[in-house]
Ligand binder design. Structure first.
Ligand SMILES: Cc1cc2nc3c(=O)[nH]c(=O)nc-3n(C[C@H](O)[C@H](O)[C@H](O)COP(=O)(O)OP(=O)(O)OC[C@H]3O[C@@H](n4cnc5c(N)ncnc54)[C@H](O)[C@@H]3O)c2cc1C
Length: 479
């Protein structure tokens, strides 16, 4: 007789492993099923995020950034290192080590919290049963009072550019290159395309990004997106907007890409091509038809605001449900669902989920941008502050970018914070906390910030909302 659990979680990505740990912390007998096997054939936890997503991409972004600092900027601040050369094999080894430490950490946390790790593919076979098929094909059925589906997402393929081993790759393949491609094409100027394009651009590739849309980063505030587009171009990335890829051909180990833009049909040849056009929810083989769990029209598991599916006792979280495909959103949903199962009241504030693009400078935002607010008919007042006027940013030799606070014109409540700067991904937490606590721009303006710190740019942007910035000339009327 197989074990019986209070909660079985399917998938051990940042949604699933957090849901499992929190459930166990709440005193619930919990198991987490994972089918991901690494190159050595060993089951590993952490999902997309730890194995082929957030963590490995940041390891390569950091190493490639340090290389650029040494090559282009150390001499500016008085450090002569000669001509540095990237060692791709060593960088990849570093990345693999970072993955191994993170992945090992989850297994240790499962043990520490008494989460039972089940290896294999999980399938919901009834509202209270999960069938697990191991790598050897053996099947075991477990009873569960509650089931959490956290099966994540996979990259989207497009018909014009079918993946071709080593030449046309998705984001996972782009993290594995063992040498720097001379000419690299990237389809998609979204978060992942810009990050991976940046890695290889910094290491020496000539990068061309083909983006079908006309607007660059439409989800980001226009002022910040404009600044980003200018800076990425300066770094050598050729970002072609309004370029719709129509076909591709492999010729002599090169990829010829056809696309159309405002000037008509175009063709460009690359040594490698990365397809980064988005991700889709992954539900294959997870839901038995008899259970009747509904999907929405785009294939996401249909859930309410608290991640309940249409079947009582079955929840779904993370990339497999609506909302931004972000690790921290998945994790917070995991905590919420575990708390609900444990009998507590819990909800999530979907308006205060930060997003970060880990380029250099980083682009980070939370809440509404100015154009969204206007479209929603909300009258806003804004305050911006450039990092070129921030002492710490100048001392860091990283003074590009700006911070922008968007506040409700009537109530002064903060509706959004948008930043482009070094470490914007850290600075954005101020906006998230401010929004969680319903703060006004004045609340931030009246807060004492450490000096010198790049956070002071957020302080000054909040002061600028009412024309009171100290370290810049204010153009607007003071209140
Ligand atoms: C290159 C790249 C960079 C990214 N960078 C960031 C970033 O910087 N910040 C950020 O917030 N997000 C980032 N993301 C997105 C982030 O990785 C996802 O949002 C996050 O991993 C979603 O978590 P999840 O738990 O919902 O799903 P996943 O992480 O996809 O995990 C799902 C897990 O479920 C398992 N599974 C699926 N089906 C079954 C089954 N039937 N039985 C057992 N197990 C199953 C899978 O093997 C997988 O381990 C990035 C993604 C990519 C590709």
């Amino acid at each position: 007789m197989a074990d019986k659990f209070d909660v079985i979680v399917i998938g051990a990505g940042p949604g699933g492993y957090v849901a499992a740990i929190r459930s166990a912390q709440m005193g619930l007998k919990t198991a987490c099923v994972e089918k991901w096997v690494n190159k050595e054939g060993k089951t590993v936890h952490g999902g997309t995020c730890l194995n082929v997503g957030c963590i490995p991409s940041k390891a390569l972004l950091e190493t490639s950034h340090k290389f650029v600092e040494a090559r282009d900027h150390y001499a500016e601040i008085g450090i002569d290192v000669g001509e540095p050369t990237p060692n791709i094999a060593k960088m990849q080894e570093f990345k693999e080590g970072v993955i191994a430490k993170n992945v090992g950490g989850i297994s240790a946390l499962f043990k520490a919290n008494s989460v039972t790790a089940l290896e294999g593919s999980g399938k919901v076979v009834s509202d209270k049963q999960v069938e697990v098929t191991g790598q050897d094909g053996e099947t075991t059925t477990y009873d569960a009072e509650n089931i959490v589906i956290a099966s994540g997402s996979v990259p989207v393929d497009i018909p014009p550019t079918p993946l071709t081993e080593g030449l046309i790759v998705d984001s996972s393949g782009a993290l594995e290159f063992d040498e720097v491609p001379k000419r690299l094409g990237v389809i998609g100027a979204g978060v992942i395309g810009l990050e991976l394009g940046s890695v290889w651009n910094r290491l020496g590739s000539e990068v061309t990004v083909l983006e079908a849309m006309d607007a660059f980063l439409p989800m980001v505030d226009k002022d910040i997106a404009k600044e980003g587009q200018k800076l990425f171009k300066k770094q050598g990335m050729d970002i072609k907007m309004g370029a719709r890829v129509t076909g591709s051909e492999i010729k002599d180990k090169e990829v010829v890409v056809k696309y159309s833009d405002a000037n008509g049909e175009q063709e460009q040849t690359f040594d490698k091509l990365i397809v980064c056009v988005g991700r889709r929810p992954y539900t294959e083989g997870i839901l038995s038809d008899d259970v009747g769990i509904k999907l929405d029209e785009r294939g996401f598991v249909f859930v309410d605001d608290q991640c309940r599916t249409n079947v009582s006792g079955v929840y779904a979280i993370g990339d497999v449900v609506r909302g931004p495909m972000l690790a921290h959103k998945a994790s917070e949903e995991g905590v919420m669902v575990a708390d609900i199962i444990a009998g507590h009241k819990a909800e999530m504030n979907y308006d205060a989920i930060p997003s970060v693009i880990y380029t250099s400078p980083e682009v980070a935002w939370v809440g509404m941008n100015e154009q969204d607010a206007k479209e929603a008919g909300i009258e806003v007042k804004t305050g911006s502050f450039p990092f070129s006027a921030n002492g710490r940013a100048l001392a860091n030799n990283a003074s590009e970018g700006m911070a922008k606070v968007i506040a409700d014109a009537e109530t002064d409540r903060i509706l959004g914070l948008h930043i482009i700067s070094q470490h914007a991904g850290e600075l954005i937490a101020q906006g998230v906390i401010a929004m969680e606590f319903g703060s006004s721009a004045e609340d931030l303006a009246l807060t004492c910030y450490a000096h010198p710190s790049t956070s002071e740019a957020v302080h000054e942007a909040a002061l600028a909302v009412d024309g009171h910035a100290i370290h810049m000339a204010n153009r607007k009327k003071r209140k």
